[in-house]
Design a protein around this ligand. Structure first.
Ligand SMILES: O=C(O)CCC(=O)C(=O)O
Length: 436
């Protein structure tokens, strides 16, 4: 069949005639050409005409103050209207805002309703997200596995991870051929664990197509209670491993499956880590901090990321509202993070403004996401103390002393990785509600 040639003039004409889909596409085209102002005009026009994807995009901009002035209440209103129309991405983002209380009254109950309904109706992403929340709550493992399978057979890549992982660990709920197919699909999709899984599963992939597995039925109110109980549970108190700097460790803070999941969510969003260069007044790549990283902004989060973030803050003795966005760091051989403090130091770029806005950063929680690498310990310099968690373990340390001064013994580094890749999640916590 002859391919239809793309005609930009036709798109412009359609947009001018009031076609909101054309307006939205034109906005995307202009944005790709770096014509941001024109793009925003068309995006706003499409949104005003009720185009739900345009409204969602505008809401994500207004939440961050990206391309448009920051206006969180407006973003929330747009999302609420989209939720009424059943717009999937808006339901997900609104559930995150409800779970975190950002710009709206915090309610994990409402957040979970927004997930449980699409999961019950067989939405692949919602089934996978619910399954991970059940693993977070350490309950209903069998149901979680059925949800993963139903989700995976409907094309959800991230649901394939626990299927391949559990097969390798000796759980034979699926055939070797299906496990191999799952691993190959992960590798092809560029999932960082894919190649490793492929190498560990000795089977021929399935040649016949795997049909959709049944959508598992569940009692939503029962699951909701169990997940809420886990989120509201008393904080994990951990074990003090060093008095100064104050360091606590938490063995098995989350299940390994959750660590795998965070890696898969983060991988496509990684970018090289940068530091501020006072000479050029710019962010630059510097041997002092060699890694890639990403931050889970609200639109990158789901309820599992919210639950883990909240657990990290609560374990450190703070409400979720004081935590920054969860970040993920990835180191390959030769990469490291040289000795530094996590707290804000007066006079550093933007530190004074930041101190005013969200207060000091007294506390850090690090969650270790894998263990198959050499080097890469988190090392406190004075006294010399190194920690290397297994996948799912966490540590918490304080950078500020009780008199409010910086604890110079909180100076720490990530030692160079010598083989394999290191994945770690980091939560920096403020002494006031975090404003971003
Ligand atoms: O990667 C690590 O072990 C430490 C990370 C770190 O120091 C930081 O995020 O501040």
């Amino acid at each position: 069949m002859a391919q239809q040639q793309f005609d930009p003039q036709q798109l412009i004409n359609q947009a001018r005639s009031g076609d909101t889909t054309a307006q939205y596409r034109l906005a995307a085209l202009l944005s790709g050409q770096n014509r941001k102002d024109d793009a925003i005009l068309w995006l706003k026009q499409a949104a005003a005409g009720g185009h739900t994807d345009a409204r969602y995009t505008l809401a994500t901009f207004a939440l961050k103050g990206l391309n448009v002035p920051k206006n969180v209440p407006h973003a929330v209103t747009i999302l609420e209207q989209n939720v009424e129309k059943g717009h999937g991405a808006s339901c997900q983002l609104f559930s995150v805002l409800k779970a975190t209380g950002h710009g709206t009254e915090k309610s994990w109950s409402v957040a979970l309703d927004l997930l449980l309904n699409p999961a019950a109706n067989g939405n692949p992403g919602a089934m996978r997200e619910l399954a991970y929340l059940l693993i977070f709550a350490r309950c209903e493992r069998k149901l979680a596995d059925k949800l993963f399978f139903a989700s995976a057979t409907r094309g959800d890549i991230l649901a394939l991870v626990p299927i391949a992982r559990h097969f390798i660990a000796g759980k034979k709920d699926v055939s070797p051929e299906y496990a191999k197919t799952a691993a190959l699909a992960l590798a092809e999709a560029g999932h960082p664990l894919g190649d490793d899984f492929v190498a560990q599963i000795d089977a021929d992939p399935i040649t016949a197509t795997q049909g959709h597995a049944d959508i598992p039925t569940f009692k939503a109110d029962v699951l909701k209670k169990k997940i809420l109980a886990a989120i509201e549970a008393k904080p994990n108190v951990g074990e003090t491993v060093l008095d100064r700097p104050r360091v606590k460790s938490f063995k098995g803070f989350v299940e390994k499956d959750i660590a795998d999941y965070l890696i898969g969510l983060a991988a496509p969003r990684l970018h090289p880590s940068m530091v501020f260069d006072p000479t050029s007044n710019q962010m630059i790549r510097d041997p002092y901090r060699l890694s890639s990283n990403m931050t889970f902004w609200p639109e990158d989060q789901d309820l599992l990321v919210c639950a883990v973030s909240e657990a990290m803050c609560v374990a450190a003795g703070y409400p979720r509202e004081n935590g920054e966005m969860l970040s993920l760091l990835h180191y390959v051989p030769g990469e490291r993070y040289e000795p530094h403090f996590d707290c804000l130091v007066d006079g550093q770029m933007g530190a004074n403004e930041e101190l005013q806005r969200s207060g000091q950063r007294p506390s850090t929680v690090l969650l270790y996401l894998n263990e198959d690498y050499e080097g890469g310990e988190t090392r406190f310099c004075h006294p010399d103390y190194s920690y290397k968690g297994n996948s799912g373990d966490a540590i918490h340390f304080e950078s500020i002393l009780s008199d409010g001064t910086i604890d110079d013994q909180s100076l720490h580094e990530s030692v160079e990785v010598t083989s394999g890749r290191k994945w770690i999640a980091s939560m920096w916590i403020r002494d006031k509600v975090y404003q971003y």
